[in-house]
Design a protein around this ligand. Structure first.
Ligand code: ZN
Length: 66
């Protein structure tokens, strides 16, 4: 699951360390790739937090079993 920078002009995918397009020479949107990676990390932490919240609630809330 690696975010490869894709050229905005010719849609050519590049290795992560590339700074400009090999096909048309335009600078690659490194910032956009980094932003999507940050969003993915935030989503992962959101899922972890939600799981922890559910576990805490499971033990904290009273169980009304007859
Ligand atoms: Zn290009």
């Amino acid at each position: 699951m690696s975010a490869q920078p894709t050229c905005l002009y010719c849609q050519q995918a590049h290795p992560v360390d590339a700074t400009e397009c090999r096909q048309c020479g335009m600078p690659l949107p490194a910032e956009a790739a980094m932003a999507s990676e940050r969003r993915l990390r935030r989503f992962t932490w959101f899922c972890v937090g939600l799981t922890l919240f559910c576990i805490v609630m499971f033990f904290w809330l009273p169980r009304n079993i007859a």
